[in-house]
Design a protein around this ligand. Sequence first.
Ligand code: ATP
Length: 246
Amino acid sequence: MESNAVELRRISKSFSANGKVEKVLNQINGTVQTGAILNILGPSGSGKSTILSMCNLLLAPDEGEVYIHGKEVRKWNIPELRQKVGIAFQSAPMIPGTVLDNLMLPANIHQMTIHHPEQYLNKVGLPTSMLQKNVQDLSGGQKQRLALARTLVNRPSILLLDEITSALDPSSVREIEELILSIHKAENTTILWVTHDLEQARRVGTECWLIVNGELVEQGTKDEFFSSPKDDRTKQFLAKGMKALT
Ligand SMILES: Nc1ncnc2c1ncn2[C@@H]1O[C@H](COP(=O)(O)OP(=O)(O)OP(=O)(O)O)[C@@H](O)[C@H]1O
């Protein structure tokens, strides 16, 4: 397999709101090697989620190109792209119904047959007995596990995680981190993980990016990022936290 799972080349993106045009991403260049766990850090509104949305074509860039496994994102067949590139959000959105209904959702969309859906619950540490449970009755951590299980049904080679632990208590945060690390280890999944939590990046990442005002100001291995940052904004961020950048 090629060594870059994701490559962003001179990506720019603007949004218009209330008659104003806001440039949200400005000429982002970055690569994510296959098997990396990249943490994308940065202040609120800096463009982190927009970057993730470009990787499975929820949004298209205005300028530049995104390559997924070496192929420009707009050249992919969309269902195939969305199978390869899974996404999970903080809110873990669910359809009304049972755990099984939710687990089967991607298979139904892609007209796949899933044998033994309970195996996906096992992968995320949920008991098989939960299949018929109403999703309304799950805890936040259980919902997040189910959202991950649902994404894993497609056997994605790239996982996009958008602040998936922000709403969880500290012990659930650690459990989800362990779960992601075990999925990564078992499948060599490439992970792009947006987080506000610097300590989480220290615990889980192999690479880090810092996005400030739509610019990628620092990218490097975790050690480079934390031990020898080059950009002044990264140095301030590491010394004083996110408030230094807002
Ligand atoms: N669909 C959209 N239409 C208009 N503006 C948008 C849209 N999506 C995002 N934006 C704007 O783009 C900017 C970047 O948003 P984005 O969600 O990428 O930031 P973020 O770094 O992920 O923020 P947070 O950490 O708060 O989730 C914000 O100002 C946001 O309001």
